[in-house]
Design a protein around this ligand. Structure first.
Ligand SMILES: [Zn+2]
Length: 149
């Protein structure tokens, strides 16, 4: 066996392991010397690919929903997802259903106005303020998602 080939093979294993570590996925790493030839098998393994995909999807969902809290409008009882980004910045995600059911928006529609131009239902703004005061809504900073590092 040529020593050079062996050295290249080892560096390939290291390269592969480093890539997996960067992606935060635990690889069934070929730690046994000489087993590196089997390493590419798991990369083309559909089960493993699915597992990686699932884990990526969960990471994305965790990022998107981190800090989100459901707040009910005390006036019209629609539920919106609220994320408090800072003392003066609250992000409210209205679903289509919530926009249609909200009494405040309905009143705007009935009077010929455009609900899209209203920033929020004032009753809901009150409800959000209450939720914050009651500690139902945690302030969420844009910190790195858990799992990094
Ligand atoms: Zn409302």
């Amino acid at each position: 066996m040529k020593p050079d080939v062996d050295r290249i093979a080892r560096s390939m294993v290291q390269l592969h392991g480093g890539h997996d570590a960067a992606d935060h996925h635990h690889a069934p790493g070929p730690d046994v010397p000489g087993s590196w030839r089997k390493a590419p098998d798991f990369a083309s393994n559909p089960d493993r690919a699915a597992a990686v995909h699932e884990s990526t999807r969960q990471d994305r969902e965790r990022y998107l929903t981190a800090g989100l809290a459901a707040v009910d409008c005390r006036h019209c009882h629609v539920t919106v997802q609220v994320k408090k980004l800072g003392p003066a910045h609250t992000s409210v995600q209205w679903s289509t259903e919530a926009t249609q059911r909200c009494v405040y928006f309905a009143e705007i529609r009935e009077s010929g106005g455009d609900p899209a131009r209203a920033r929020s239902c004032p009753r809901l703004t009150d409800s959000i303020r209450h939720a914050v005061a009651e500690g139902c809504l945690e302030e969420y900073s844009n910190a790195p998602a858990p799992g990094d590092g």
